[in-house]
Write a protein that binds this ligand. Sequence first.
Ligand code: HEC
Length: 145
Amino acid sequence: MKNKIFTLLTLGLFIVSCSSPKSEPKKKAGWKPEMDQPSELASIMRELHDEAKQRKSTLEKGELAEANSQLIFQMITAKPTEPHMVGPAFEPHAQAFIASYGELNTATDVATQIDAHNNLVKSCVACHMNFCQGPIPRIEKLYVQ
Ligand code: HEC
């Protein structure tokens, strides 16, 4: 019985952290596990998200952005919040993402880098469709129109 309650609670928290990151996490009353610390994978994701946001604004100003994050290589081995957040299809998605990321640096003009950036955002979304759908609306805002 105790276990069942625990599972339900973790499931609930998983839904909060993976589906709507900004949805008032402080309002939950009562028992609260140590979930405030983001997992290794979640921290990498936050950084990549910030980096992509910055790149978007640089590109929108008509300037080329630098793309030299080393975090992308840590994605494959980083610990997720819950083991089921990654699975057999995770690594191929991560590899596709890393390849897309490399394309950012082969661009020598802004229009080409915008295409590369948008392709990269597509590969964020592709992985998220399988593993973590919550942030997708936020990720889609990263497209440069
Ligand atoms: C290979 C799969 C994969 C790729 C590629 C990927 N993500 Fe994620 N992302 C995940 C998983 C799995 C989680 C859940 C991590 C966790 O909670 O431990 C996540 C979590 C997130 C989160 C929520 C982090 C938090 O605060 O809890 C954001 C935002 C995010 N990703 C944005 C992005 C962006 C932007 C990109 C592309 C630049 C991207 N992701 C690429 C799998 C991926």
